[in-house]
Design a protein around this ligand. Structure first.
Ligand code: ADP
Length: 523
């Protein structure tokens, strides 16, 4: 319903004047009059008419909703009651000035303003004002569009944009956007840190300046993927800094879409992975060293020990051969049988020597990982033979507690030996200054799916501080230590589906233990 009062006296004194007022819009007929009223009443925006002095003549339903005043409260009053300070006080002045000088601030233009509700609260609005003449008197028609929702949405968007901007600025990764022809359009602080260009220097320039000459083709591949709407995840590549140096990065590129879903550009996140690459390369190098004979750094002692191990069977061979020689020339009747027996024994000893050499060769050979079915106790025994070679084993008492019916395990034998050698050597080194030096290597059947191996020492134990980072690479307390032994050991155990753990030994010292998988179907 149109909020025009039924009593003309309270609204517009002269009904004729009223008809004139909307004459050009609605012809002077009863039904058009109703149509006009319906239009105004149902309009979503507030519609009001004021006279030259600012007195409200028309005030529709939408205005009632917006300002919370009823038409009865507003019609006939100064329109400034709907305005907050300072407009309320200034409005009469505007009307006066317009009357006398014709200087318009809003008429025919429209602008954002503020309204005041009956309860005193304010709201943003867009006011467009037109003017007309009615019986020789000027009137103003105002249309009020509520901006509360739009303003709230804009503010929320602005806030979100602000939050996004600060996240982007605070990111450790370079966040860059570019158009589809490769022109840089945004550049965050991390991008400056990583690539050396400031935003000012690079925005508007082609992204290609970040490409090393031999990788310029990469951009075409990336752009082709983007144009298809595909994104590129964690692509490791190389870029060039402002100073010309190269940098390893991990790149994620996603298409930027416009409202219609068309690809108009790309956003890139680039992570500096130089440090990780260097660490990886170093670890790889050290791992190669470790898995090769260089791990047994004291080559001299190693060969001395090898000689020592071989000495026993070779001496035995020599002795048996001498005995056999003597027996061959002996006139005794049983000498052929004895000779045969002696030669057989010499053969066994030669076998033993060959076995020792094979074991050593297996250990030092570089080779790919390979799983075989093995006897866990044999691996442990071999590891002791290898591990304590060249180690400072003075006065170390070695105990072995081997499970009697351990299931066979499915493992990379050499890796497990290397890991045990490492644990045994660490234990031996840890006990160098200890009054009690006992090293215990045990194997334990957990069930028919797993066997546990543990290496226990009576050394000084491990401080909480070192323990926290024990399995991280480059953690060492030794002057010449590399700190990668346990990191590699852990990765070997993990590759076998287990976890290398450290627990304090009762009565002092340390125990390292881990499980190995039993070979399927073996018990
Ligand atoms: P490294 O032997 O080169 O230091 P590791 O990764 O093998 O590298 O060992 C890391 C550190 O863990 C050692 O420096 C030592 O402080 C500690 N550690 C390892 N094993 C033992 C042990 N059995 N007793 C005491 N400390 C140990």
């Amino acid at each position: 319903m149109l909020a025009r009062p039924r009593q003309p006296a309270r609204f517009i004194n002269d009904t004729k004047q009223q008809k004139h007022m909307h004459g050009p819009v609605a012809p002077d007929t009863q039904s058009d009059d109703t149509l006009f009223e319906t239009l105004i009443a149902t309009a979503v925006d507030g519609i009001m008419v004021i006279d030259e002095r600012g007195t409200v003549q028309v005030y529709n339903k939408a205005c009632e909703r917006l300002f919370q005043y009823s038409a009865a409260e507003v019609v006939g009053q100064n329109v400034n009651m709907l305005m907050p300070a300072p407009y309320r006080a200034e409005h009469d002045g505007y009307l006066d000035r317009y009357r006398t000088s014709g200087e318009a601030r809003i008429i025919g233009i429209g602008r954002e303003a503020r309204g005041q509700r009956k309860n005193g609260t304010e709201f943003p609005l867009y006011l467009s004002v037109g003017q007309g003449m009615l019986d020789g008197k000027r009137i103003f028609v105002g249309i009020v569009h509520d901006l509360t929702q739009i303003k709230a949405e804009t503010a929320a968007r602005e806030e979100q944009r602000g939050v996004m901007a600060s996240i982007i600025e605070a990111s450790n990764d370079a966040i860059i956007s570019k158009t589809l022809d490769g022109t840089v359009t945004s550049w965050n602080a991390a991008a400056t840190r990583i690539f050396g260009y400031t935003a000012q220097e690079i925005i508007g320039k082609p992204i290609a300046i970040l490409f090393p000459p031999d990788l310029v083709d990469e951009e075409a591949t990336i752009l082709a993927k983007l144009a298809n709407g595909e994104s590129i995840q964690h692509y490791e590549t190389v870029r060039r800094r402002k100073d010309g140096s190269h940098i390893d990065i991990s790149l994620t590129v996603s298409p930027l879409l416009d409202n219609s879903g068309k690809v108009v550009g790309a956003s890139k996140t680039a992570r500096d992975i130089t440090e990780r690459k260097t660490a990886e390369a170093r670890l790889q190098m050290l791992q190669n060293e470790l898995t090769h004979v260089a791990r047994l750094s004291e080559m001299g002692q190693f060969s001395a020990a090898l000689a020592h191990e071989l000495n026993q069977p070779l001496t035995a061979v020599l002795n048996y051969v001498n005995v056999a020689k003597r027996l061959l020339v002996s006139p005794n009747a049983d000498s052929p049988a004895k000779t045969y027996e002696t030669i057989a024994k010499a053969g066994q000893q030669a076998q033993r020597a060959a076995q020792i050499i094979r074991r050593m060769r297996d250990f030092v050979e570089k080779r790919d990982s390979k799983r075989t079915i093995e006897d866990v106790n044999k691996i442990a025994a071999d590891a002791i033979a290898l591990g304590l070679v060249g180690a400072k084993i003075a006065n170390i008492k070695m105990h072995t507690i081997f499970a009697s019916h351990a299931p066979a395990v499915l493992v990379d034998k050499v890796q497990i030996q290397q890991l045990l050698v490492n644990l045994l050597r660490n234990a031996a080194e840890a006990m160098a200054e200890s009054p009690k030096r006992e090293l215990t290597l045990s194997t334990n059947t957990i069930d028919d799916t797993a066997v546990e191996i543990s290496v226990a020492d009576t050394g000084p134990g491990i401080s909480d501080e070192v323990a926290k980072r024990l399995f991280e690479p480059f953690v060492t307390t030794k002057a010449g230590g590399m700190g990668i032994g346990l990191a590699i050991s852990q990765s070997i155990v993990e590759a076998h589906g287990g976890q290398l753990r450290m627990t304090p030994n009762r009565g002092g010292g340390t125990i390292f233990h881990f499980r190995l998988p039993a070979a399927p179907g073996m018990e």
